[in-house]
Ligand binder design. Structure first.
Ligand code: AHR
Length: 491
């Protein structure tokens, strides 16, 4: 008989841990490739059905995810974005070169008014990443006033003239992006001074005051968290971090999105699971420098990054999304849940058509990726209360490297239900998950798996990979190899 990992989960739902912020389910939407244009925005005159210029099919699908927050307009793009280019009559807006992403024309058809229309349609919060790298303090201060002023200031009146009477809500402001790289190649010490300067001039009467996010490190640059948390001073609400999963770990040849073998699957799982170490390392710095837990940790870019799909503009970061991405999503979400006391936001890169996307589009067609399905299945964890669990995770090993076979997260949802998320990283061996939770009689399960490791949806077969609903009785869940499941328990 086929070997099985024996997994046990010991938990008591009357004992609770921190709330899993809904913002862990945040998205990132950059002006990059077909992420904004074509993927979301087609314009009001398009033959593709749209609402206020945004594709109705994509908006409808995103609504199902209950997207809590969207980070915009970048990424690297943010540090070259000048907000005045994106207001006023669309036909008069300047055309710029998107120097970071393919050198293509950026015609600024989506600007401040349009993006807030989208976030309001989705019921999502805005996480505005301001331009620290090539912008000025005044430019940033004016943008904040334009968005949030409720009085008759000239900027508020200009906003009204452009079609928006009431101010928008601006809960999150990111000060720069990857300051160690595309955001200006700065030292952390230099960034600290700039952050303090820019942060000083974020002035608004909006209540509550926007959360200010300092742009932090990445893999191999955790010292940014240490230095920033020591030196930024009073007005620091959160420090961000970026980590991408590259199967090979090599930026020159990252690995393919599909057509990989089980060795590459293992390497990819190993690389994605490094998120655990990065979280522990960074949170240890925060524990040391901010023991009262005033500074949150935002992983505001994460996800898979593969070689670009053949035949596409390499600057557009277009890639397929397979069952492997679904498993990776669940592995990372479970890790974020484990650290919910500090990890208050994460933003997967990126929402549509870019990197590990929820949705891919091709002209008037759209498909939901395996990653989308996991975000939909895990929706119940948004603002759920975590339940600490003892989990024997099993072992998935290759040579000297050992990973847990199955990770598990338990929480009490806002509807009062007890939910268990499970992911089996092993592509060959199933897991038998025994739930040692008092009174459990079974449950309803959403299960996502497929026959092959790189199973993915295409425009001709858009529903090849999608979850199924099954129920189980008793206390044991059979989790197939390479699978993600979310159970609602019955008592
Ligand atoms: O998500 C793509 C890019 O990756 C972002 O623009 C940048 O911040 C990161 O390097």
């Amino acid at each position: 008989a086929q070997a099985t990992h024996e997994i046990t989960v010991d938990a008591d739902p009357s004992v609770t841990g921190p709330v899993i912020s809904k913002n862990i389910y945040g998205q990132f939407a950059e002006h990059l490739g077909y992420g904004i244009y074509e993927g979301l925005w087609v314009g009001k005159d398009s033959t593709i059905p749209n609402t206020e210029g945004f594709r109705s099919d994509v908006v409808g699908a995103l609504k199902e995810l209950h997207v809590p927050v969207i980070r915009w307009p970048g990424g690297c793009f943010a540090d070259e974005y000048h907000w005045r280019d994106g207001i006023g009559p669309q036909k008069d807006r300047p055309v710029k070169v998107n120097t970071n992403w393919g050198g293509v024309e950026e015609d600024n058809q989506v600007g401040t008014h349009e993006i807030f229309t989208l976030t309001e349609m989705l019921g999502a919060d805005m996480y505005l990443n301001i331009n620290l790298g090539s912008g000025t303090v005044k430019e940033m201060a004016d943008w904040v006033e334009y968005i949030t002023a409720d009085n008759n200031s000239t900027l508020a009146q200009e906003r009204r003239k452009n079609g928006r009477d009431k101010p928008w809500s601006l809960p999150f402001i990111g000060i720069g992006n990857e300051a160690w790289g595309c955001g200006g190649h700065m030292s952390p010490e230099y960034y600290v001074d700039l952050y303090r300067q820019f942060g000083t001039f974020v002035k608004t009467s909006q209540k509550p005051y926007p959360t200010l996010v300092a742009s932090g490190g990445t893999d191999g640059k955790s010292e940014w968290t240490d230095i920033l948390s020591k030196k930024l001073g009073e007005r620091t609400d959160a420090i961000s971090f970026h980590y991408y999963t590259l199967p090979t770990g090599d930026w020159n040849d990252k690995g393919e999105a599909t057509g990989f073998d089980s060795d590459m699957w293992f390497k990819t799982m190993d690389r994605t699971y490094k998120m655990k170490g990065y979280l522990e390392e960074n949170l240890a710095f925060l524990e040391k420098n901010d023991p009262d837990n005033k500074i949150a940790f935002y992983v505001d870019e994460w996800g898979t990054w593969y070689n670009a799909l053949e035949g596409t503009n390499p600057g557009f970061l277009i890639q397929q999304n397979s069952l492997r991405d679904a498993v990776i999503t669940a592995v990372n979400l479970n890790l974020f849940h484990d650290h919910a006391d500090r990890v208050k936001m994460t933003n997967i890169a990126q929402m549509v058509n870019v990197l590990q996307a929820m949705i891919l589009t091709d002209e008037d067609k759209m498909l939901l990726t395996p990653t989308y399905h996991v975000f939909r299945m895990y929706r119940v964890f948004q603002d759920a209360v975590s339940v600490p669990a003892e989990v024997s995770e099993g072992e998935y090993r290759q040579g000297d490297v050992s990973l847990p076979a199955t990770t598990v997260s338990v929480a009490k949802g806002e509807d009062g239900g007890v939910y268990v998320a499970m992911v089996n990283m092993d592509p060959e061996e199933a897991s038998s998950v025994t739930l040692n939770i008092d009174g459990v009689k079974g449950g309803d399960l959403e299960l996502l798996t497929a026959n092959t490791m790189d199973a993915h949806n295409t425009f001709s077969k858009p529903e090849l990979v999608k979850p199924v609903r099954v129920s189980f009785s008793g206390t044991t869940v059979k989790l197939p190899p390479k699978a993600v499941a979310v159970a609602k328990l019955k008592f």
